[in-house]
Every structure is written in structure tokens, then in C-alpha cells.
Design a protein around this ligand. Structure first.
Ligand SMILES: NC(=O)c1ccc[n+]([C@@H]2O[C@H](COP(=O)([O-])OP(=O)(O)OC[C@H]3O[C@@H](n4cnc5c(N)ncnc54)[C@H](O)[C@@H]3O)[C@@H](O)[C@H]2O)c1
Length: 398
């Protein structure tokens, strides 16, 4: 296979960006969760940057738009099965541990099993196989305590473990991250890198679900609509994960640390944020849907009452309603970060600017998502692709 071969599923911007020069990567890599949104692009970028072999473990088989390249070996299996993880990591130079039960829609037990116990398996298997480097995907939500995060550094946010977490996802990602970073020594070097609100072509969770709410005319601006948020293009996150491996050397200040990478200074507000409802409005209009801002806004007090009612209905009927107290808080709070630590210690800079990345992503959604959009779906349940994946993940570890 030619060294300059690329996946046929890259967007024009991803293809152009991938042709730039980047530092080399290890010859033999392993990626857990490598058929997911982030993992899929991470695997591709490792190959683009010169990996000879990338071994991928995921409980969900590669989707139709995964790259079929002889340098990529897909293993369908469960990180909760130690023997499978041992097979994955045997003989690799670095593991990118990215598998997780993501989002708020899984059964509670699954989060603990995959995000905590699965991570313990990765640590155990790597130590047994003598793998010296692990880069772990974590989440800023591990540091959320319900208060606004308005441009904070990693050090200015709560430390792990927190006395309580806003959701089980955050709690179990924190358990996994802490186990991984606590295990860091000069012989087993680990680091955690987190994005915030990943977007990009082939996203299966965040944008499809929001756009579905826009297209079914059921979304209103929450509160005053002026909450500040940061986004991370999927290529920027994968780039941050890849260059973090280079910081794993004895004596490095990055050993055992947690870093956040975002679109940083390329956001519409170069301090590192955008107004969430402004970009959602852009997305809705780009799909040919009605303006969200033209509709009556929902005041916070009303949203909270509605969310309580939805949670009660969900509890009584088992239905998965999109409105919850957690979602209300997430869609109204400030959530953006000062990413100067990643720049200083990892040499991180976004490789795709927010403007270019957002424009390219909306074009991709128009071409590949919009034609199959169903205007009748919406209040309950998730975008079809999201639900299918969740079902496979739950079945696999039961
Ligand atoms: N997308 C975001 O905005 C975001 C934000 C913060 C952190 N993250 C982190 O980034 C990573 C990737 O997230 P993503 O957005 O690509 O989500 P994703 O759901 O697309 O990817 C996670 C992958 O892990 C796999 N997986 C789940 N359980 C497994 C198991 N038992 N064994 C093997 N594989 C299993 C899933 O099948 C999936 O392909 C996760 O660790 C997540 O916590 C993502």
C-alpha cells in the first residue's frame, strides 16, 4: 500500500490537512475503541503519519466508512476481557486507550465495567506485555462540579477524585483516568488527554442528535442563549492524542498528567470559545431547517420544571427522553478552557481552525446525513446510528 494512501472517506479539508508534514509516530500502535468517531480518525491519522501497523480493538465492528487498509488490523472484542486486551497490546510501542461507554444513554453498570474495569485491564495487559506508553482519552466532565467553567486551566479545576460527579459517565471516566495516571512510572509512562465537544465528519452522537432536534422543530434556545463553549475538531483531538505520545519520556513534565485540547485560539472568540446557540443556529440554517433563534426562548426556571417531569416519566416508563436536568445544565453553563498547558508541555496547536472545520463538517452533514434525516423522529430515543451502537456495546458486556 502506498505510503501516501488515504481513506476515501476523508472530507476535502481532512484530506488537505493530512498532506501536511507531521512528526513521526511509533511503528506498531494499538487503539482501543478504534471503530468509534474519534478512534476511527485516530487510527487513520496514525497510518497517515507512518505507522507500519495499527491494531484496533472495538466491540463494534468497523462501520462501512472505516478505512480498509492492510496496515490496520481490526479485532472485534471487549476490553472487559483481559485475554483479548493482552492479544491487542502484545508487541506494540504505544497504546491509545480510547474505548469507553460515551454519552448519557447507557445502563449505569456498563459505565463502571467499560470505563473503569476496562481501563484496569488495559493497565494490567500493558504491564504484562512490557508496553511502555499509554495515551488515554479522558473527559473534562471528570472535573465538572456544576459550576461554570469559564476559561479555566486544568490546574484551576477540581482535582480527582471529586466528592461527587454530575453523571455516571464522568465518574467512571474519572476512575479510569486516575487509575491510569496513578500507574505512571518511568517504565510505564501514561498521560490523559481530553477534548471538549468533539465535532467533525462521521460524528455519530453529538451533531446528529442536535440536528435531529433542530430539524423536528422541537428545539428552543435554552435560557439567554449566551453560554460560552469550546469545541474540538476530531482531527485536532486525534492530533493532540498522537503528539502526546512524544511527551512520554523519563523526566517529562507531562508524565501522569491530564491535558485538554480544543480548537483553542481559532474559535470565533480567540480567548478560546464560541457562543453555543449561535453555531447551532448556523448548523440548523445550513441544513435548510428553520431558525432556532426565531422561536420563543425557554427560560431556565421552565426548563428545570420540564426536565423534572421528563425525568419522572423516564423513571416510570423506561423511555429515554432527551430533556433531562443534566442536559439543561450542560446546554446553559459556560464550558471552555485555557489550553496553554497542552501548548507548553505537548507542543499542541490546532491543525484545523474552527471556521474551516465547522464549515467542512456542515457540508459533510448536508451530503451524508441530511438525505436520511427523518423529520418524524425526535422527542424520545436517539438518532438511529447512535442507538444501534449502544445496543451492541450493551450486549457485548452483559
Ligand atoms: N466525543 C466527545 O465529545 C468526547 C468528549 C470528551 C471525551 N471523549 C472521549 O473520547 C473517546 C472517544 O469517544 P468518541 O466520541 O469517539 O465515542 P465513540 O462511542 O464513538 O467511541 C468509543 C468507542 O469505544 C467502543 N467501546 C465501548 N465499549 C467497549 C468495550 N467494552 N470494548 C471495546 N470497545 C468498546 C465503542 O464501540 C466505540 O466505538 C472516549 O474515551 C471518550 O470518553 C469524547
Amino acid at each position: 500500500m502506498a505510503a501516501d494512501a488515504r481513506s476515501e472517506h476523508l472530507s476535502p479539508l481532512q484530506l488537505r490537512t493530512s498532506r501536511r508534514a507531521f512528526p513521526p509516530v511509533p511503528a506498531v500502535c494499538a487503539v482501543t475503541g478504534g471503530t468509534g468517531f474519534v478512534g476511527g480518525r485516530l487510527v487513520e491519522m496514525l497510518v497517515e503519519r507512518g505507522a507500519r501497523k495499527v491494531r484496533v480493538l472495538d466491540i463494534v465492528p468497523p462501520p462501512k466508512n472505516a478505512w480498509a487498509d492492510p496496515r490496520i488490523e481490526y479485532i472485534v472484542g471487549d476490553i472487559c476481557d483481559l485475554a483479548t486486551v493482552e492479544r491487542l497490546v502484545n508487541g506494540v510501542d504505544c497504546v491509545w486507550h480510547n474505548a469507553a461507554a460515551v454519552g448519557p444513554f447507557h445502563p449505569v453498570k456498563l459505565y463502571f465495567k467499560v470505563n473503569h474495569e476496562g481501563t484496569l485491564n488495559v493497565i494490567k495487559a500493558c504491564k504484562k506485555a512490557g508496553v511502555k506508553k499509554v495515551v488515554m482519552s479522558s473527559s473534562p466532565s471528570t472535573r465538572f462540579d456544576g459550576s461554570d467553567v469559564d476559561g479555566l486551566t486544568e490546574d484551576a479545576m477540581p482535582k480527582l477524585p471529586q466528592p461527587r460527579y454530575l453523571q455516571t459517565y464522568a465518574e467512571t471516566k474519572a476512575l479510569g483516568e486516575k487509575a491510569m495516571t496513578d500507574a505512571c512510572t518511568d517504565d510505564f509512562m501514561t498521560i490523559a488527554v481530553a477534548p471538549h465537544q468533539v465535532y467533525g465528519p462521521r460524528d455519530n452522537l453529538f451533531l446528529p442528535n442536535l440536528l435531529e432536534s433542530c430539524g423536528t422543530n422541537r428545539l428552543r434556545v435554552f435560557g439567554d442563549g449566551r453560554n460560552r463553549i469550546c469545541f474540538t475538531h476530531v482531527d485536532n483531538y486525534a492530533h493532540g492524542l498522537i503528539i502526546a505520545e512524544r511527551a512520554l519520556k523519563p523526566g517529562s513534565p507531562a508524565l501522569g498528567k491530564f491535558y485538554i485540547v480544543t480548537d483553542a485560539q481559532t474559535h470565533p472568540h480567540p480567548e478560546g470559545y464560541l457562543y453555543f446557540w449561535d453555531v447551532l443556529e448556523q448548523a440548523s440554517l445550513a441544513m435548510g431547517f428553520a431558525s432556532i433563534k426565531a422561536r420563543t426562548r425557554l427560560p431556565l426556571w421552565l426548563l428545570k420544571i420540564l426536565a423534572y417531569i421528563c425525568e419522572l416519566i423516564g423513571f416510570l416508563t423506561g423511555l429515554k427522553l432527551k430533556l433531562s436536568l443534566f442536559n439543561v445544565r450542560m446546554l446553559t453553563m459556560h464550558r471552555w478552557f485555557d489550553t496553554s498547558a497542552a501548548k507548553r508541555d505537548l507542543g499542541y496547536e490546532p491543525i484545523i481552525s474552527f471556521d474551516d472545520g465547522w464549515h467542512d463538517t456542515l457540508l459533510w452533514f448536508k451530503e451524508f446525513w441530511l438525505p436520511s434525516f427523518d423529520a418524524k423522529s425526535g422527542v424520545t430515543g436517539l438518532a438511529e446510528g447512535t442507538q444501534n451502537k449502544i445496543d451492541i456495546q450493551s450486549a457485548g458486556t452483559s
